[in-house]
Design a protein around this ligand. Structure first.
Ligand code: SAM
Length: 326
C-alpha cells in the first residue's frame, strides 16, 4: 500500500468514528480529526470510550507514518473528495488534482527565475490548489495567503495547510472586499463563476456591469490585478469565452492597460460536466519595470491529462515556448 493510501485510511477511519459519535458531516469530521492529528491529542470532550480508543490509536499511526507535504495533500484530497460526495455546491468544488498539478508546473516555469515569497489564492476553498502550488516550490521560503467566503471551506483549508506544514494565512471573508494583505508576488485561483450579489460593493469595480447583476469572475480578475505586485504573475482558472460578454469587452481594455497576457490554455472539456462549464488557464503578468509582452502569447488546447503521448508532445511544445520567452 502506498503512503498516500495508508494515510488516507488513517484519516478516513478516524473521521468515520468521530462522525458517528458526534453526529456531524464527513467534512466537519475531517476538520476535527485534522485538529487532533496536528495537536497530537484528542480535542473533543465526551466521546464514547470506543471512539476515544480508536482516535488514540490513529494518532499514534499518523505520527509514526513517514510522509512529506505532497503525500499529505493527496491523502487529504481523497478524504475531501469522499466528504464532498455527501453534497457540495458546484461553485465550491475542489480544483481537480491534475489541474492543480499542472498549474503548479506553470507557476514554477513562469516564475522560475524570480524570487517568490508570497502567493495568494483569493477563493482558496479547501486549499488544494494553493498547497499544490506551494509544494511545487518547496525549498523556498514561500508564504501562502487564502481567502474564502465559506466558513467550513476555510476550516478545511486551515486543516489541510497545517497537516502539510505549509505556511499559510487564511481569512474568512468576501474575496472582493478590502483585503488586509500586502501585494503578493503571485496569485493562483480557480475563480468562482456566477453572479455577485453585493451590488453596492460591485460599484467599486471598473469591470462592474452598467445594468443588472455582475458576473463575479470579472470582478475577481480586477481584484487580482489590484493585489499583485508590479511584474507579478496571475494564474486563473476562468470560463472559456471570457471576452464574449459585456463585462468581457471591458475586461479586454482593462487588461490591455494593466497587464500583459502571457497565456491562455484551454483545459480538456472531459474534465467538466459539460462544454458549457469548461475552463481555461489564463496567465497574466502585471505591467512593471521588468515585465514584457511575449513575442507570441502561449495559446493551446490541452489534451486529456491521461493521454500520455499527447501530453508528452504538449509538454515539449510548452518547454520550447518557455526557453524562448521566459
Ligand atoms: N481552488 C479551490 C480548491 O482547491 O478547493 C476551489 C475553489 S472553488 C472553484 C471557488 C471558491 O470560491 C469556493 O470555495 C467558494 O466558497 C469561493 N467563493 C465564492 N464567492 C466568494 C466570495 N465572494 N469571496 C470569497 N470566496 C468566494
Amino acid at each position: 500500500m502506498s503512503a498516500v493510501e495508508t494515510l488516507f485510511n488513517i484519516i478516513d477511519s478516524s473521521v468515520l468514528a468521530l462522525k458517528k459519535d458526534c453526529d456531524i458531516s464527513y467534512l466537519e469530521g475531517l476538520v476535527e480529526v485534522s485538529g487532533n492529528f496536528f495537536e497530537g491529542k484528542i480535542l473533543q470532550d465526551g466521546l464514547y470510550s470506543s471512539t476515544y480508543d480508536r482516535m488514540k490509536k490513529e494518532i499514534v499511526k499518523f505520527e509514526g507514518l513517514k510522509k512529506d507535504s505532497e503525500t499529505t495533500r493527496r491523502a487529504f484530497q481523497l478524504a475531501l473528495l469522499k466528504g464532498m460526495k455527501e453534497g457540495v455546491q458546484a461553485n465550491h468544488e475542489m480544483t481537480p488534482d491534475a489541474v492543480a498539478m499542472f498549474m503548479s508546473y506553470l507557476v514554477q516555469k513562469f516564475t522560475g527565475k524570480k524570487e517568490i515569497i508570497s502567493v495568494l489564492d483569493p477563493a482558496v476553498g479547501t486549499g488544494n490548489l494553493l498547497t499544490a502550488v506551494l509544494n511545487g516550490r518547496l525549498g523556498n521560503d514561500v508564504k501562502g495567503f487564502g481567502v474564502d467566503a465559506d466558513e467550513l471551506l476555510v476550516q478545511l483549508a486551515y486543516a489541510n495547510a497545517n497537516l502539510q506544514e505549509n505556511h499559510v494565512e487564511l481569512f474568512h471573508s468576501d474575496g472582493l472586499g478590502a483585503l488586509y494583505i500586502d501585494p503578493v508576488d503571485a496569485i493562483v485561483s480557480d475563480l468562482p463563476i456566477g453572479y455577485y450579489p453585493n451590488e453596492e460593493r460591485a460599484q467599486e469595480f471598473e469591470l462592474n456591469t452598467e445594468e443588472g447583476m455582475p458576473y463575479i469572475h470579472y470582478l475577481y480578475i480586477e481584484q487580482c490585478v489590484k493585489h499583485i505586485k508590479e511584474d507579478g504573475y496571475i494564474f486563473l482558472l476562468v470560463p472559456n469565452h471570457l471576452f464574449e460578454t459585456e463585462q468581457g469587452k471591458k475586461l479586454h481594455s482593462f487588461i490591455h492597460r494593466t497587464c500583459y497576457i502571457q497565456g491562455l490554455l484551454q483545459l480538456p472539456t472531459t474534465l467538466f460536466k459539460s462544454e458549457q462549464f469548461a475552463k481555461s488557464i489564463f496567465v497574466l503578468q502585471k505591467k512593471g519595470p521588468t515585465a514584457k509582452a511575449p513575442t507570441q502569447v502561449l495559446l493551446a488546447e490541452l489534451p486529456q491529462f491521461t493521454n500520455a503521448e499527447a501530453m508528452a508532445k504538449m509538454m515539449m511544445m510548452l518547454e520550447k515556448w518557455f526557453t524562448k520567452e521566459i
